[in-house]
Write a protein of this length. Structure first.
Ligand SMILES: CC(C)(COP(=O)(O)OP(=O)(O)OC[C@H]1O[C@@H](n2cnc3c(N)ncnc32)[C@H](O)[C@@H]1OP(=O)(O)O)[C@@H](O)C(=O)NCCC(=O)NCCS
Length: 189
């Protein structure tokens, strides 16, 4: 997706102690400004209502996913991981959590997490099949993932430039003065 910048975004649990949080491996510190860092208690509106008038969507939390379904979803999004199907499948097996959305037997959405289980959770992948977007599926996957980590003080992700507004609606915000950095062999960003 050339030409679209990435933003480093965090979602901070306001119940966590301390006046400062540490962001990223570079040790940048950002003052916790209460009004700006509050995680919204409500997500995007009417997501389940909108979905229920369409094809019924079911959500699963198993990490052992069918190879063909995984590759088809990533291919539909033109993500390079589709060309590494075996690694992609193992990546899901090795994730801390995975939530998938299904329209009958078609995999139409997926989100996963990596976490130390105590302080930080990172959201590496969130994608919805192009034919099923704007139905509330992405927000519902993120809501289900987030609910597993309510006690953690940092929720963090690298947002595609076109998805920033989506993540803001889901309670994330730009991560202060930080800049996303990576070593990446994919070609789509
Ligand atoms: C970003 C993505 C996961 C959103 O999934 P989705 O199921 O279409 O999103 P939802 O329907 O749950 O949208 C929730 C809210 O965000 C809004 N929204 C969704 N995508 C948006 C976008 N690209 N720009 C602005 N707002 C967006 C919706 O309108 C909705 O708002 P509302 O409730 O106020 O009407 C999906 O577009 C996608 O897979 N994109 C390609 C992969 C990608 O960029 N993933 C993020 C990687 S960093």
């Amino acid at each position: 997706m050339p030409g679209y910048p990435y933003e480093f975004m965090t979602c901070v649990d306001e119940t966590a102690g301390g006046n400062f949080i540490s962001l990223g491996c570079c040790g940048t510190h950002v003052r916790r400004l209460c009004s700006r860092l509050c995680v919204r208690s409500t997500g995007p509106r009417n997501r389940l209502t909108r979905t229920s008038s369409m094809t019924k969507i079911t959500y699963r939390d198993d990490r052992d996913l069918p190879f063909d379904s995984l590759v088809a979803l990533y291919r539909a999004n033109a993500w390079s991981s589709a060309e590494k199907g075996a690694a992609l499948r193992e990546a899901m097996r090795g994730s801390h959590s995975v939530i998938t959305a299904w329209a009958q037997d078609q995999l139409v959405g997926l989100g996963n997490t990596l976490s130390d289980g105590h302080l930080v959770v990172y959201y590496p992948h969130l994608l919805v099949h192009p034919d099923f977007r704007r139905l509330g599926i992405g927000a519902e996957i993120l809501r289900r993932l987030r609910s597993r980590y309510e006690e953690l003080h940092m929720h963090i992700l690298v947002a595609d430039g076109r998805a920033i507004e989506f993540f803001e609606k889901c309670g994330f915000m730009r991560a202060g003065e930080t800049q996303a950095m990576w070593i990446y062999s994919g070609g789509e960003h």
